[in-house]
Design a protein around this ligand. Structure first.
Ligand SMILES: Nc1ncnc2c1ncn2[C@@H]1O[C@H](COP(=O)(O)OP(=O)(O)OP(=O)(O)O)[C@@H](O)[C@H]1O
Ligand SMILES: [Mg+2]
Length: 237
């Protein structure tokens, strides 16, 4: 399969329009943002693409990051330095972002790993700089955020982007762009069903279909070929 294919899924399009609202400083719509969705559904790929196009800062939270580790990593992304001490890191982040003037969007991936106090740090940064901050995580992130009124309050309903399962159209386009395969509507429906619309599973099925199609010396995938795929394990139906 071709590497690095980026598909403009319905989720990606929705994210783009919400980002445009959050980044619009003219209307001064305040707010933090949230992207949630099941593992493998395409959150990281979408956020990295938005970051690559629109700029800002992207940071992935690592398991067991302390407050200092986290603020230092964020400070490094924003200011290129790693000061000693959480307070110094935070001040430097706020200074630097305040100076930049234009809002730099901050993407925090795997935000469900953050200790609650780190969410408060992000709230401070958002309040003091006005920069849009995008929290990205699995569905449980919504509940974590809901228990922190001061964070919850800053994320308007329209700034919450729940990633939905990908569609048969997404699957058909991906198979075509990444592998040059032509899937019949029935074949797309089977891949959609057994992948449950999880992009990572759909990708793996298309890799398998590509191998089957090559063996059969064709680029067409019909229902019969798609039925030979075994359903993805794990997760809910
Ligand atoms: N828009 C896209 N275009 C092309 N491929 C995509 C896209 N979104 C997702 N993928 C494929 O699906 C895989 C999983 O996507 P991603 O890593 O973004 O999921 P996630 O929601 O961040 O999951 P998690 O963080 O739980 O692992 C990617 O490695 C890529 O192969
Ligand atoms: Mg991810």
């Amino acid at each position: 399969l071709k590497k690095g294919i980026f598909l403009e899924t319905a989720n990606v399009t929705r994210l783009r329009s919400v980002l445009a609202m959050a980044e619009d400083t003219e209307t001064g719509r305040p707010g933090m943002m949230m992207i949630t969705g099941e593992t493998g559904i395409g959150k990281t790929v979408a956020a990295k693409n938005a970051h690559a196009i629109g700029g800002g800062v992207y940071l992935r939270v690592l398991e067991q990051m302390s407050q200092h580790d986290f603020l230092q990593a964020l400070c490094f992304e924003i200011a290129g330095v790693r000061p000693h001490g959480s307070g110094r890191c935070k001040n430097r982040i706020i200074d630097e972002m305040g100076q930049a003037g234009a809002n730099q969007t901050v993407y925090i991936d795997e935000a469900d790993r953050l200790h609650r106090s780190r969410l408060e740090d992000l709230r401070d940064i958002h309040d003091l700089t006005g920069a849009p901050i995008v929290l990205i995580g699995e569905p449980g992130l919504s509940a974590q955020v809901a228990s922190r009124a001061r964070i919850n309050n800053r994320i308007p309903a329209e700034f919450r982007v729940g990633f939905e399962p990908i569609t048969t159209r997404d699957i058909s386009m991906y198979a075509s762009q990444a592998a040059g395969l032509k899937l019949t509507p029935d074949a797309c429906a089977i891949v959609r069903q057994i992948s449950r619309g999880i992009f990572r599973h759909a990708h793996n099925f298309i890799v398998s279909l590509d191998q089957m199609a090559k063996a059969a010396q064709t680029n067409k995938v019909d229902e019969v070929m798609a039925r030979r795929l075994a359903p993805a394990k794990g997760g809910k139906k």
